[in-house]
Design a protein around this ligand. Structure first.
Ligand code: FPP
Length: 269
């Protein structure tokens, strides 16, 4: 895979200047807080490639480049958590050759980008089912989490082999074991307790879920956590997503009135 030219600022002053100008661009008059947690369904790689007469894998490759730009932009904007849907439990039904391509892109992403992510103070977390992944992929995921464990910048949550119904079923299974062992009574099971048994219980629910490509559904992504998330659908295919697109999706989020089931309007996160 061709690596994009690294254009990262080199000095701390340059990095701070870039962050300040990104925040100012995204802030409305009077300023506002960024959403704490942005989640993205990166859709439309195949359509991006088809529109150009290219193989689907080229769309996925360009998708990785869009991902790099988005991680950097999210970090500059001061977003605390970025969750990306990189491979769903249902993606195994794709042709073997495409599955191989997606798995090798993940391997390359971790091998090539992990050091940069670590240098940028990004903490990598993984959600999804690991037990049925090959041991080399499991090892890479563990390496990414282990190396970046102490970082306190952007948390990048990679949803890999992830399905929300499966995640909820895993939580139910963990609770069932506790009930069976007599450590928990069935009556004590509350929504909060279920949330504490999900894959990343310490991560706040997403304030906004962005889906690219114009499709308007959640496709088994963060179904539990999305209860009060704002949904922003962007007509761009994922490989065309970039910093201005992220800023504009956040601006759309800011225009929403969040009520969380109550009457008092709250804006932003
Ligand atoms: C949806 O496009 C995208 C995916 C199924 C995978 C997303 C993967 C990447 C952006 C690259 C790999 C990520 C990592 C972390 C290595 P689609 O194929 O469903 O597009 P289509 O709906 O237009 O066919």
């Amino acid at each position: 895979m061709t690596q994009p030219k690294k254009t990262q600022a080199t000095s701390p002053a340059e990095i701070n200047e870039r962050k300040d100008s990104a925040r100012k661009r995204a802030m409305g008059e009077g300023g506002f807080d960024m959403p704490r947690h942005v989640a993205i369904i990166m859709d439309g790689n195949g359509r991006w490639a088809a529109a150009r007469g290219l193989p689907r894998v080229e769309g996925h490759r360009r998708g990785v480049e869009a991902l790099r730009k988005t991680v950097r932009a999210a970090s500059d904007l001061g977003i605390a958590v970025l969750t990306i849907f990189s491979f769903s439990s249902e993606n195994w039904s794709r042709p073997q050759s495409e599955i191989r391509d997606l798995l090798s892109l993940l391997r390359r992403f971790i091998r090539n980008d992990l050091a940069d992510l670590h240098k940028s103070n990004v903490r990598v977390r993984i959600i999804g089912e690991r037990s049925d992944l090959s041991s080399d992929i499991r090892g890479l995921l563990e390496e990414a989490e282990g190396l970046t464990h102490g970082n306190d910048g952007l948390t990048l949550v990679v949803a890999f082999n992830y399905g929300a119904r499966q995640e909820i079923a895993r939580a139910a299974g963990r609770l069932a074991v506790e009930v069976a062992q007599g450590r928990l009574s069935a009556e004590a099971i509350t929504p909060e307790l279920i949330a504490r048994h999900l894959d990343a219980p310490d991560i706040p629910d997403p304030d906004v879920i962005i889906r690219t490509s114009g499709e308007q559904r959640l496709s088994n992504f963060l179904l539990w956590q999305a209860a009060y998330s704002e949904l922003v659908f962007v007509p761009l295919n994922w490989p065309d997503f970039d910093r201005p697109a992220l800023e504009s999706a956040i601006a759309e989020f800011r225009r929403r009135e969040r009520r969380f089931g109550g009457l008092i309007a709250q804006t932003g996160s």
